[in-house]
Design a protein around this ligand. Structure first.
Ligand code: FEO
Length: 172
């Protein structure tokens, strides 16, 4: 069954939102590498790769449904921040925006009785819980470290351990 045009447009918009997220995290990584916080930069770089996977998972779903995904122009990401705290505050706001976007998509899929898209989106609903939680955790730690340079270096070291785990692109 073909995907209705309004759902197709919304899914294309979500592909853009996920690639926008990827660019935003990559820009944040560049900023952290520049000031020598390589561990935080590494964490953000891994997040960039995960966001690309989020976008590609939707891309592949549309292909599987016999549709041609449309790639929309991306936003120019913010390029500079004052400090790591600002980065993770913005990251949290951004993840909350993505969560709202996913929830709206689920509502649309339900109202249009597109049950396949509804089920497909469940993965994103659960993923957003993790996305918000991990950014909030890091933000809390950075706030606790405050002006303490050693505390920030400890967080930098901890975040350098993050491993990239490719996200399953299969939708069936
Ligand atoms: Fe793809 Fe961080 O949401």
């Amino acid at each position: 069954m073909k995907i209705k045009e309004n759902i197709l447009n919304a899914l294309n918009g979500q592909i853009k939102a996920e690639f926008d997220s990827a660019f935003l995290y990559l820009s944040m990584a560049a900023d952290m590498y520049k000031i020598g916080l390589d561990g935080i930069g590494h964490w953000l770089y891994v997040q960039y790769r995960e966001e690309q996977d989020h976008a590609l998972k939707i891309f592949n779903y549309l292909v599987q449904r016999g549709e041609k995904p449309e790639l929309l122009a991306l936003e120019q990401p913010v390029y500079e921040w004052e400090e790591p705290c600002d980065i993770f505050r913005l990251a949290l706001e951004h993840e909350q925006f993505v969560t709202r976007s996913i929830n709206e998509l689920v509502s649309l899929a339900k109202s249009e009785e597109d049950y396949a898209t509804d089920v497909f989106l469940h993965w994103y609903v659960m993923e957003q819980i993790e996305e918000e939680r991990q950014v909030q955790d890091i933000l809390d730690k950075i706030r606790m470290a405050g002006e303490n340079g050693n505390g920030l270096l400890f967080i930098d070291d901890e975040l350098s351990e993050r491993k990239y785990e490719p996200i399953d692109q299969e939708t069936d």
